[in-house]
Write a protein that binds this ligand. Sequence first.
Ligand code: SAH
Length: 506
Amino acid sequence: MNPGKVYLIGAGPGDPGLLTIKGRDCLARADVIIYDYLANPVLLGYARPEAERIYVGKSCGKHSLPQDEINQLLADKAAAGLNVARLKGGDPYVFGRGGEEASLLHQQNIPFEVVPGVTAGFAAAAYAGIPLTHRDITTSVALLTGHERPERKLSSLDWQKLATGLGTLIFYMGMTNLKLISEKLIEHGRAADTPVAVVQWATLPRQKTLTGRLDEIAEQVAKAKIEPPAVIIIGEVVRYREELRWYDNLPLFGRRFLITRPRAQAASFVALLQAQGAETICIPTIEIAPPDDWQPCDQALGQLGDYDGLILTSANAVDALFDRMSVLGLDLRALAGVKIIAVGPKTAKSIETRGLKPDLIPSDYRAEGVVDELLARGVSGKRYLYPHTAISRSLIPDCLNAAGALVDAPIIYRTLAPQDKQEMIRHLLESGELDAICFSSSSTFDNLHAMFGDELHQLQGETAFFSIGPLTSASIRKRGFEVALEPQSWTLDALVEAMVEYYPNP
Ligand code: SAH
């Protein structure tokens, strides 16, 4: 059997956007993904669902799989004909033992390629606002490890050269030895007031940056209890941070939000929040499931062309509709001549991604808006299809039928409360580190409330509840909770904008 190929892929420092396009493509093709502690697990989302995922992570000395066994695992999987993506934090060839893995593959005649990644030191500098070289200050930069094999105790570093011969120094794995490193540098001629930045969890919303003088930094780090992973950047260029910092100035930097919408629709919301620097944790409180009975839906879809209008009030309904049409062997032509009504811009966007343009989006993005605009246009004698979820209100069919229209309203999807999320959410609330929970529909709140009942009042603590619009707010208030924020217009973009305004500038 021909062996598969091993790709040693740099996952970048944490921010999933910093994976290379080549790395992403390799992940998407792989049969097996073998990944590390420092590779952001979000990246596994690029892998095929059926790809095998093996965690071989280690956190500071605690190896969950010894290095030689990792090496052999790579070789064995490839020898079995599988394509292997070996996903490593940062760059595989920078203190990542990628060299050892590649050597073993070479010895065993397993083909491999290396896909570089953004190494933590470079990324930390960029996100902390520190240009590693600068024409006015220094022309050289060195990457160093502060955690050598114990028997060598940093002795192999040429302190004389490091202290005076090189400009910017970046230490990886240097937190335990920080005191020793700074003493050695000063002893060999580096000025005691050289500025130093310690950047922990670089490029992630939990990034922390501490700056200080070389002779004081170890003490400051101990006081601030900054732990690995962190890089230490030493040199005059650190002074630029004051004017060039940007990441930790983003409006929602340092804030942590719980997103409760189903995973498939959370992505765009998460992207909007992360662009403002926020940390997002996604634990859906609703799951989408098919209807108990497809018959009413299928019957309506079988005569799509007979309807004057198709009313869609959520991205879920859009997805469910097109998925079901596809199952039934129908394509877009089945909708020729049917006017499409979208409740708001997000639903409209989902429709557009399916290759259709809505004919009507009411200015009031609610069922009421749909009804008002249709009534204004005249509905008497017209036939409408309103595929919806089991729990949606009957306002649309009631009002339109009353005005002489014929509305078919088959259930096209159901929302369920997931059973296994309770402990995770309890833990998050109890930690007190959640700034707010964002609710994008009544059911996201109702399901959360159902998990805890009135205990939610105690659990809530300082965590604020943000709501997408009046219906969701009403559900929250009905249970006696306060709505801290509701945007003027009821979209996720507006909610994020309102969140930015809600918090004072950091
Ligand atoms: N191959 C990796 C380095 C692995 S060694 C790379 O190129 O980045 C592990 C060390 O990398 C950690 O101890 C820490 O010093 C550094 N590191 C990795 N990710 C980091 C991050 N997000 N923020 C700060 N330091 C990080």
